[in-house]
Design a protein around this ligand. Structure first.
Ligand code: FUL
Length: 496
């Protein structure tokens, strides 16, 4: 679905940008070393969010029973009856597949609420499911906690059922009341997902959402939750629903380039996909995509579930490009994930853990260009993302050389920047020592939290990584090399 068909009144633009920036500057103050405050850095919440790498989206509503992707708000609650709903099954599946959090559509555009809200009768309360005594949000948040996963919620601002939608303040009050219920009755919420869709309500009118008030409500009630939307304020949309981040992908962005959720310009997808090295706000990109063609479960899509190899492609094009993968897995009419989806996730996990099992560079000796910061170069082989090597403070380029006791064969290279200090590296080059000379292996632009590059298998015992340009001190957290099975994933460079 193209969310960009629905635009928001531009009135909130200025205050929104201000909101986004103030959170970023709070992070700057907290983490910036002297003389380096100009470039944005993540808050601890944003850092944690990105290091999780994998989140699972769960789309469930009346659409699951009607076969639609967007309900029109006239659906009867009578049709909602996921008889065998088992949120523990969802959470177990996510946990076993290495996902760290889940985000549930507490309310989609059709306005049907998956919790027994006091704001409307259009909810599970009026459904036959558990004779109107059920609460999907409760079962979901309990299941997340039982499996050690973060719980996140999607509350669609666009509501095609609420009579007050399009009325201005009355709908904003209604929406804030729903948000307040969700953020006060269900414990810690790690992510609040705001869709930018802004179509017409049952009365034919459009609503001007009060984003500053919405954001302030989340900050007040769940200060550690990150807020997603096209415009942040904490994490941004990656600009497509295909799970593909820009090959060059900055976590920073100019807040004016996507000033409010649903902002529609022909170039917005590119801007969101790439970010901006000069942007003043730290707002990393989230890549949302479904394991099936639709966001909701449809029986005719049961044989269109992405394969483990396709899921690996998504991992390379999102997490491997400094983004986070938010993969949707929709429960069926019983309220359960289908076996086919679970099998695909298990295959994905087996492939991921197989490929990334052993960093073949472990045990190598690491030399690096001179530095006035006392972090050993060997820190880049340490799996701990907080262990990093830094070039000299004033340096804008650097090199690291890795020498192994014997030749290794690899086909996947992983690089990681010490992003707690911001994202600085603009391009890098990797060479191998062969026949008495350095031979070009691969070249790329941004690194960020993680850069994954696939290539034809390479044999060598010496590697050199040159960080050709950084907007500020280059700091590297990881270098790893892996040898996978024969299949190649992702659009890796292999320019010789
Ligand atoms: C879009 C919505 O319109 C879709 O239905 C879905 O929820 C997707 C994640 O966001 O904008």
């Amino acid at each position: 679905m193209d969310r960009r068909r629905f635009l928001l009144a531009g009135s909130a633009v200025a205050s929104l940008s201000a909101l986004g920036m103030s959170r970023t500057s709070r992070a700057d103050t907290a983490l910036a070393p002297a003389g380096n405050a100009a470039r944005p850095r993540p808050t601890p919440q944003q850092l944690h969010w990105q290091r999780d790498e994998l989140a699972m989206f769960v789309h469930l509503t009346v659409n699951t029973f009607t076969g639609k992707e967007w309900g029109d708000g006239t659906e009867s609650p009578d049709i909602f009856n996921p008889r065998k709903l088992d949120a523990r099954q969802w959470a177990r599946t996510a946990k076993q597949a290495g996902f760290r959090s889940m985000i549930l559509t507490a309310k989609h555009h059709d306005g049907f609420c998956l919790w027994p809200t006091a704001t409307t009768q259009h909810s599970v309360k009026s459904s036959p499911w558990k004779n109107g005594h059920g609460d999907v949000v409760r079962e979901f948040t309990d299941a997340c906690r039982a499996e050690g996963l973060g719980a996140g919620l999607y509350l669609s601002p666009w509501d095609r059922n609420a009579k007050v939608y399009g009325s201005g303040e009355a709908y904003n009050d209604y929406y804030i009341a729903q948000l307040t219920e969700l953020l006060t009755h269900y414990g810690k919420i790690v992510e609040v997902w705001f869709d930018g869709a802004n179509g017409e309500g049952p009365n034919g009118r459009k609503q001007a959402y009060d984003w500053p008030r919405i954001h302030a409500t989340v900050r007040k009630l769940q200060p550690d939750a990150v807020m997603f939307s096209d415009a942040g304020p904490d994490v941004r949309w990656i600009g497509d629903e295909k799970g593909v981040a820009g090959e060059t992908c900055w976590s920073s962005i100019n807040p004016a380039s996507a000033p409010y959720p649903g902002y529609d310009r022909p170039w917005i997808g590119d801007l969101l996909g790439h970010g901006d090295p000069h942007g003043s706000a730290w707002r990393p990109g989230e890549s949302d995509v479904s394991i099936r063609p639709g966001w909701f479960w449809h029986p005719e899509e049961n044989d269109k579930v992405r394969s483990p190899d396709e899921l690996m492609e998504l991992y390379f094009s999102s997490v491997g490009r400094n983004s986070k993968l938010l993969l949707n897995v929709p429960p069926n009419r019983d309220g359960l994930f289908e076996d086919s989806d679970i099998a695909a996730l298990q295959g994905f996990t087996a492939k991921r853990t197989g490929l990334f099992a052993t960093n073949l560079l472990q045990g190598a000796s690491v030399q690096a260009s001179s530095s006035d910061i006392a972090h050993p170069a060997s820190s880049v082989l340490d799996a701990n993302p907080d262990a990093y090597w830094s070039a000299a403070r004033s340096a804008r380029n650097a090199w690291l050389e890795i020498e192994l006791p014997q030749a290794i064969e690899f086909d996947t290279l992983e690089l990681g920047e010490a992003i707690a200090f911001g994202q600085n590296i603009a391009n890098y080059r990797v060479e191998t020592w062969n026949d008495g000379a350095w031979q070009p292996l691969t070249w790329g632009t941004t690194i960020g939290h993680k850069k994954l590059v696939r290539m034809d298998p390479v044999r060598t015992s010496r590697l050199r990584l040159t960080l050709e340009f950084g907007y500020d001190t280059p700091r590297l957290a990881s270098i790893a090399a892996y040898r996978g099975p024969d299949r190649r994933y992702g659009p890796g460079h292999n320019e010789k």
